[in-house]
Design a protein around this ligand. Structure first.
Ligand code: IPM
Ligand code: MN
Length: 354
């Protein structure tokens, strides 16, 4: 019998990225062995160190090599030695755009035993998914500066929404909501009272697409109120769909609801192509090299990757192992508060997988 083999592009990246990716890979390799599939890892040295040494950010050759893979596993991009935006736009956003990863999927799930700053809300209240549009909006990069450095300078940053881009994102969210089969409620998060053009398009599309999903209840919230409800009544949410920048912002808030940046994971999905999985905690420069960062986010990003590759048994095993470690072993989920070092947390998850 042929082993199922997946080619994985590994991009450890900057800051604490390599530390957490190492733990994620440890867990992924063990899972592959146990559940009868193989991972062929291809390392890509992208990020600040490579840029400062060579001046290269992301070449066409690298992109082609990545395109030959089945999925991508990323640590973090961004470094204080490089002005903000160069690596983020040149690597992370470019990868999302070039591979047309139009969904940024961010599950917000609180596991038992994890402490959060919100009183009286537990795992039974916090279990929803944010579907963030990942290729348009303010991230499309449209704009510029004129008369730079003069009293008359003008900065323009335009938000782009296309019918195609909005529709495929909304359709994905409806389908996901159906597959999750929980409250079967899809909430559109927007700002229709101010962004009257953008959310006119989003709302019309939402209702039109929704006609094909009579089994799913629809709701709309403004993004500011959405932040309030996420804290006050997180149990109201099942799936939230939103545009790129709002999705960026509300998912940091969402990360806090699940125990912080150290445990949150996301997938940049091209449902018809190559997807990229990453912890959403970022490069965390102040913790770099200290082995105190929580690798659970990266490990759960690995779980999302397996799910996406169709290895649902392995994905479930990782989730179970993470749940055990969070509940029984770790003192806390925050960096430096776990009671264990980064590799020790990886080892605990490994043991729990068995
Ligand atoms: C994220 C990050 C990125 C984003 C940055 C690093 C460009 O904050 O993945 O949420 O804004 O999308
Ligand atoms: Mn973000």
């Amino acid at each position: 019998m042929m082993t199922r083999t997946y080619k994985i592009a590994v991009i450890p990246g900057d800051g604490t990225g390599p530390e957490v990716v190492a733990e994620g890979l440890k867990v992924l390799k063990a899972t592959a062995e146990k559940y009868g599939f193989a991972l062929e890892l291809r390392d890509f040295n992208l990020g600040a160190a490579h840029y400062l040494k060579t001046g290269e950010i992301l070449t066409e050759d690298t992109l082609d090599a990545i395109r030959a893979c089945d999925a991508m596993y990323l640590g973090a991009i961004g470094d204080p030695q490089v002005p903000p935006g160069i690596l983020e736009k040149g690597i992370l956003l470019r990868l999302r755009f070039e591979l047309d990863q139009y969904i940024n999927l961010r599950p917000i799930k609180l596991y038992p035993g994890v402490e959060i700053p919100i009183k009286n809300k537990g795992p039974e209240d916090i279990d929803f998914v944010v579907v963030r549009e990942n290729t348009e909006g303010l991230y499309a990069g449209s704009g510029g500066i004129i008369r730079k450095g003069t009293p008359h300078e003008i900065a323009i940053q335009e938000s782009i929404s296309t019918r195609m881009g909005v529709e495929r994102c909304i359709r994905y969210a409806f389908e996901l909501c159906r597959r999750r089969n929980r409250a079967k409620k899809l909430t559109l998060c927007g700002k229709s009272n101010v962004l009257t053009y953008t959310f006119d398009l989003w709302l019309r599309t939402f209702h039109e697409v929704g006609e094909s999903y009579p089994d799913i209840q629809t709701d709309y919230v403004h993004v500011d109120a959405c932040c309030m409800w996420m804290v006050k009544n997180p149990e109201w949410f099942d799936v939230i769909v939103t545009e790129n920048m709002f999705g960026d912002i509300i998912t940091d808030l969402g990360a806090v609801l699940q125990g912080g940046m150290g445990v949150a994971a996301g997938g940049n999905l091209n449902p018809e192509g190559i997807s990229m999985f990453e912890p959403i905690g970022g490069s965390a420069p102040k913790y770099t090299g200290r082995q105190v960062i929580n690798p659970i986010g990266a490990i759960l990003a690995g779980k999302l990757m397996l799910e996406n590759l169709g290895e649902s048994e392995g994905a479930r095993a990782i989730e179970q192992a993470v749940m055990k470690v969070l509940k029984e072993d770790l003192k806390g989920a925050a960096a430096g508060k776990m009671g264990y070092s980064t590799p020790e947390v990886g080892d605990l998850v490994l043991q729990a997988i068995g």
